[in-house]
Design a protein around this ligand. Sequence first.
Ligand code: NAD
Ligand code: DAU
Length: 351
Amino acid sequence: MHTMLVTGGAGFIGSNFIHYLLETYDTVRIINLDALTYAGNLENLRDVESDPRYVFVKGDVRDKETVDRVFEEYGVDTLVHFAAESHVDRSITQPEIFLSTNILGTGVLLDSAKRHWSLRPDDKYCREYREGVRYLQVSTDEVYGALGKTGMFTETTPLSPNSPYSASKTSADLLVRAYSETYGLPVNITRCSNNYGPYQFPEKLIPLMIHNCLADQPLPVYGDGMQIRDWLHVADHCAAIDAVLRRGRCGEVYNIGGNNEKANIEIVRLILAATGRDESLIRYVKDRPGHDRRYAIDNTKITTELGWAPRYTFEQGMAETVQWYLDNTAWVEHVVSGAYRDYYRDMYDNA
Ligand code: NAD
Ligand code: DAU
């Protein structure tokens, strides 16, 4: 049985991943380490909190003592690192916390994993680790920068991040690579495209537009709305991470994408139609500084090597997602109260 440390498990993808694991495997033990920032929400896990296979620890990934204690107390053999500051717009106004959480936090986790899993922790030449241990870094396609009208990101595309968020995620990826090269730590990096689905915080495009449509509020579209993202349902992302953990070759990077490129304005129009609103709600606002024009993932490596492929069509995934936000108004109302209102005003009032 695996004992898996999931960092950031109270966030959007982390909580979906914990649900996925508990639904898929009878014998698994999950330790969710989360600092519960504005993006962390234990309501995402209310239905599993008394499951004996699941434990929540409130703590910061930058806190070495807490991380070491979790390794020792629970005998962690697998680490899936989701915890991060994840929103590009916030990284433009407050970059420091991105550097601290995303880079230093990753450094603390890698070092703790190395010390606890090494067969001879005091020997700097030792490259042998306990049988079956694995560190998986959940990264992003944004580390590759922006594409023009054509082309796709492969695992060998040069890293060329453009925002403080993506630069911090790239730095973290390079630390993971360094622990693999220098110490032989068994690692993987996954680089995924834009996710959507249940429990996503409404600062991100899709839940923000659904929420604003339902509240009959303006829909802020950056620039000309023709930026392209490659959308993937979060359940498909979770299955891909699981495939990498089970069958991925040690030390390898795997790109994960939905084969599903859409311009932002197409997404906005789809949400307007799904919620029965009209285009008078659309507001074109100032563009995001340094806005990446297009992302697209080449999935060839993960599909051919590991047999993973996205299962959701975008039509099905979006219909279910809109319905989830309609069915979970209490969850939405809770997360958009308080600090979200200040964030929204600061972000959009002068746009
Ligand atoms: P999120 O913002 O919804 O959740 C982040 C979680 O991390 C929250 O629960 C938060 O409380 C926790 N956290 C933040 N700082 C912490 C700290 N110092 N210590 C412990 N916990 C902390 O993020 P998400 O959208 O679920 O993304 C998860 C991961 O996936 C991130 O690493 C992100 O870079 C990556 N990713 C996201 C997407 C996407 O479309 N959302 C796509 C590709 C990759
Ligand atoms: O590509 C993977 C990345 O996807 C992840 O690494 C990030 O954690 C995640 O936040 C996401 O980044 P994006 O910047 O692509 O996502 P966001 O939802 O913020 O924006 C999607 C697109 O929509 C982008 O082109 C900006 C645009 N947008 C966004 C918002 C919030 C708008 O036009 N209006 C908005 O109000």
